[in-house]
Design a binder for this molecule. Structure first.
Ligand code: SUG
Length: 419
């Protein structure tokens, strides 16, 4: 067994657009109506994956979903031509790119039956994301079909909102050892909805067979949600023994930190004080929506959006941090601006799975050569730009469909993933 952390990135789909669909996500609201660049967006995501491979990390991929989602429109009694604009936009959304919201994952070392458990997220709070899960589940069932190693579960039933790994952190001495799983839920957030319900988090922990002593349920602060932290991964991130967090991320941090230290004595909490970086700067720059990773030499790196470099309070704090003696030694800025403009940073774009790569369907694992070929398909097929009014254009829709078919065919998945 060669158990390691693998980052599965959602390839940014050909329908990527700015329809302003996510209440409480400030970037999505700010960019509503802007012209998107699906091709450039997907190539930015591919470059991020390539960079991670070059750092010595294992990389996987999830495919974009078939859009428009005709099956969902049929259930609503309409179709893409007749649908009202907001319903059409929801059916066209490329939001499955944010793979951190695909599922919650508990590695084998944490579960009762010694298998890695995945529960697909229902994403019920936002209409445009509520219809992602059937196609996500289809991919998870193929990629992780080895039932000796994996158990893939249906979503938690509504009305309990579940947004997957974006509200879940795992802390452990080393990826392959048993860990503490932290489920962060919300209750309210000023004018904005809390998307993760505690009942969904508890259900996932039970379904995965976690040791109750090693599962913590922690409330996100109302202040953070009201400031635009619609997911916990906008204000905190964890990797192995390190929790990197904003001071104001949690409703009762003293209790959370004490419980965490009791459950995992080796934990190191790196807290960014509000006096150094305001919640507003943290959210604008997506400082915490970084991939905190362990490099092959054992040191940790933070793969963070270039927006963090452009925000003086954030960059100053980060440079002081890496100059000190802390566990995070290296900063790697990446350009994912097209995704960022919809509120999705480097961490949103990936789902972490700790497993032996040999147990995973190889069609979902990538190396640089495979990324080159995928980039070729993106360059040939993905639309260059989409304005919101284009979403009803039948030629654009045909092009989006052709793009998907070309990719799925190339990855030899057309027999398994039907439109
Ligand atoms: O759910 N944006 C996504 C961003 C998800 C980020 N994921 C994590 N934080 N893990 C969301 O709000 C915008 C779509 C639009 O407005 O067209 C959107 O869905």
């Amino acid at each position: 067994m060669n158990v390691t952390e693998i980052n599965f990135d959602g390839l940014i789909g050909p329908s990527h657009n700015y329809a302003g669909l996510s209440l409480g996500n400030l970037a999505s609201a700010r960019n509503a109506g802007a012209v998107s660049q699906p091709r450039a967006a997907a190539l930015q995501g591919i470059e991020k994956m390539r960079g991670n491979i070059r750092l010595g990390l294992k990389q996987g991929i999830f495919l974009p979903q078939w859009r428009p989602d005709g099956a969902w429109l049929t259930r609503l009694g309409t179709d893409v031509g007749a649908a009202e604009p907001h319903i059409r936009a929801a059916a066209m959304s490329a939001s499955s790119m944010w793979a951190a919201n695909a599922a919650t994952v508990s590695p084998a070392a944490d579960t009762q039956d010694g298998r890695t458990h995945l529960t697909v997220a229902n994403l019920v709070t936002m209409a445009h994301r509520s219809h992602e899960w059937p196609q996500t589940l289809a991919q998870l069932r193929i990629a992780f079909s080895d039932e000796r190693a994996f158990a893939v579960h249906d979503p938690v039933p509504p009305p309990f909102g579940d947004e997957g790994a974006a509200n879940h952190m795992r802390l452990t001495e080393r990826h392959d050892l048993p860990g503490v799983e932290v489920f962060v839920y919300g209750q309210s957030g000023g004018p904005f909805p809390a998307r993760q319900h505690v009942e969904a988090s508890k259900a996932v922990a039970r379904i995965h067979g976690l040791d109750p002593a090693k599962a913590l349920f922690v409330q996100q602060s109302e202040e953070a949600i009201a400031a635009g932290a619609f997911h916990n991964d906008v204000v905190a991130v964890a990797n192995e023994r390190v929790l990197f967090t904003h001071e104001l991320a949690f409703a009762d941090k003293a209790r959370f930190y004490a419980d965490l230290r009791a459950a995992l004595p080796c934990v190191e909490i790196v807290e960014v004080p509000a006096s150094a970086v305001s919640l507003s700067d943290a959210i604008k720059s997506y400082l915490f929506n970084a991939q905190l990773v362990t490099l092959p030499d054992g040191g940790m790196a933070l793969i963070l959006p270039t927006e963090a470099q452009d925000t003086p309070s954030v960059w100053t704090w980060l440079q002081q941090m890496v100059a000190g003696n802390g566990p995070i030694r290296r900063l790697v800025p990446v350009d994912v601006r097209q995704s960022m403009a919809n509120g999705g940073g480097p961490a949103c774009l990936r789902l972490r799975i700790v497993a032996d790569p040999a147990t995973i369907d190889p069609r979902f694992l990538v190396d640089e050569a495979k990324l080159d070929a995928i980039a070729g398909i993106v360059s040939n097929y993905w639309p260059e730009s989409i304005a919101p009014d284009d979403l009803s254009d039948t030629r654009l829709i045909a092009r989006i469909e052709q793009s998907w078919l070309a990719l799925v065919d190339h990855l030899q998945l057309s027999g398994d993933l039907a439109p």
